[in-house]
Design a protein. Structure first.
Length: 76
């Protein structure tokens, strides 16, 4: 890769990503073992969301709606 090349959309917008992402699209790989839940595109809760348990490296399945994505299930 040449110096100064933009490597992803976050760099293109001038932002730097720190740490692991919290929202995942279908087809992304789970970074850690855990329970993941389906949420709306703005981060709000949805009625009857899908919940699933994945191991690190497993692929996220399709969501119920194209506007949704996956995130970690918060511990109580």
């Amino acid at each position: 890769m040449k110096p100064g090349m933009i490597t992803n959309a976050i760099e293109a917008r001038g932002m730097k990503q720190m740490g692991q992402p919290r929202h995942f699209k279908p087809g992304d790989k789970a970074p850690n073992n855990g329970v993941y839940i389906e949420i709306g595109e703005t981060g709000d809760n949805v009625k009857h969301p899908k919940k699933l348990k994945l191991k690190a490296g497993d692929t996220f399945p399709e969501t119920s709606n194209h506007n949704r994505h996956w995130t970690y299930l918060r511990k109580p």
